[in-house]
Write a protein of this length. Sequence first.
Length: 207
Amino acid sequence: MIDAYLRRHLEGPLNRCAAALDRPAITADRITAAGLVLGLGSALAAGLQFWLLALALWIVSRIADGLDGPVARTRVRAGGKSSGAGGFFDITADFVVYGTTVVGVAVGASAQFGAPWWPFLLVLLAYYINGTAFLAFSSIAERTGRTIDDGRSFSFLGGLAEGAETIAVHSLWLLFPQWGWQIAVVWAGLVAVSSGQRIIAGYRALS
């Protein structure tokens, strides 16, 4: 919901960070890989109920996720080539991290607080539908020449629940794991609404 606003205001700082990281040994793919490893570490820490460690790893993981794109674009502006492989790796890593984090919180909250699993299963279902909608739209939009170019590798349809909201909710889980399943119920509903928005908007845009 606020991703476009944040991108406008964070573009400058992120580009400056990307310029500072512009070293031969630091590539966008390596930053993506670091974000993936940190995200998986966060999920593992949550499952073991090390909540503050999980939160720290989660936040650093998402910082890495925010930097890989600007680093890649910095290289392209300097004359490098963009094959699309980095964008594929990035979105795949995001889905892996989001899904495993949900499972990690579910395991940890269930073990420590007796939280039920069904709210977290609803979140995973909502993620599945939401991801299907925007990836299907991006693929068909590319083939039909109706892409949405905002500098990212995929054509993203806006919605109520986007990247910023996902980072915030996952952080809330790790800050307040005792309320994790209640947060999950609300979040699953918001992601479901966002999925509906994307399905309708995508169908209209392609009609």
